[in-house]
Design a protein around this ligand. Structure first.
Ligand code: NAP
Length: 276
């Protein structure tokens, strides 16, 4: 019988997951379809019950349901529970189990640059949902240090306090981060600055950037944010948010099918969608 996969969100029309994942489903000759469903917050519980009743194989959840879905699942893995957000659900013999592949997706995207974090000082800019997934997952990798800077510093402090994994971390104001920027080997921009309408803005000045650093921006539209452009012009290596998006999808696909898919194919698919 044809398998069903889905993504639930509101709005959902912009999602690149259906085209990206239907392509790899057919590439691996899996008789399945991945469908986007617009589900409003008040309908979320009903939608989950319906998907469970029809025996869905697996699904993704996106904004605004990543945290709200947790009480409606039969189980949630430890990392996703500590992050407080689920983006991937697997139907395990009738039980819906939630995972978070955002943080590992981000880290897998760094593999061409970084094999170990044990000698790396990392700066995360932003303390929202995406930063939380990245920070908690990266804290598990035992970096030398992983600091957070945020416009609202108290949120950075709260994130550090909430992390269940031991880490050498401090919360910094944006001004402090600018001054100490040369200390960091990896800088990860997780705010929406750089997206429309803030396309010419950066969250902090890159004046003191270590030119040997890797600078990542998890924004993928535009493909090169102002932050990345300035980092590249200073000689740093840069990466945009396409890698995180592709790898979170690849890890979800692997959980559902046991196959780690061809990420090059997925990346090309996403780039085609972004350029269309
Ligand atoms: P979020 O939970 O709303 O967090 C937003 C963060 O941005 C907060 O730290 C907020 O600071 C900061 N911020 C917002 N406006 C700012 C401003 N004008 N100046 C300084 N800081 C500002 O959002 P999110 O879910 O983490 O998403 C953040 C971005 O990541 C979005 O652009 C999203 O598209 C992208 N994203 C990409 C992927 C991927 O796969 N590549 C996955 C998830 C998210 P305060 O705490 O001070 O408000």
């Amino acid at each position: 019988m044809k398998k069903l996969f889905a993504v639930l969100g509101d709005p959902i029309g912009h999602s690149m997951s259906p085209i990206m994942l239907n392509d790899v489903l057919s590439y691996y000759e899996i008789d399945a379809h991945y469908h986007p469903f617009k589900v409003s917050p008040v309908e979320l519980e009903t939608a989950i019950r319906g998907l469970k009743a029809i025996g869905i194989t697996g699904f993704n959840v996106t904004i605004p349901h990543k945290s709200a879905i947790i009480p409606f699942l039969d189980g949630v893995d430890d990392l996703a529970l500590s992050i407080g957000a689920v983006n991937t659900v697997v139907n395990d013999n009738g039980k819906l189990i939630g995972y978070n592949t955002d943080g590992y997706g981000f880290i897998k995207g760094l593999e061409p640059y970084i094999s170990s974090f044990s000698d790396k000082k990392v700066l995360v800019i932003g303390a929202g949902g995406a930063a939380r997934a990245i920070y908690f997952t990266m804290a598990k990798m035992n970096p030398l240090a992983i600091d957070i800077t945020n416009r609202t510093v108290i949120k950075a402090k709260e994130l550090i306090e909430a992390c269940p994994f031991e880490s050498n971390s401090k919360a910094l104001s944006l001004d402090e981060a600018e001054v100490h920027l040369n200390e960091y080997d990896v800088v990860i921009q997780t705010t929406m600055i750089g997206m429309y309408p803030k396309i010419l803005e950066t969250p902090i000045s890159l004046r003191n950037l270590n030119t040997e650093a890797l600078v990542c921006d998890i924004v993928y539209n535009p493909l090169e944010t102002q932050f990345m452009k300035e980092a590249r012009q200073k000689g740093a290596a840069v990466q945009n948010g396409v890698e995180m998006f592709v790898y979170q999808g690849a890890l979800a696909f692997e959980k559902w099918t046991g196959i780690f898919p061809d990420v090059k194919r997925m990346r090309e698919n996403v780039l085609r969608q972004l350029e269309a």
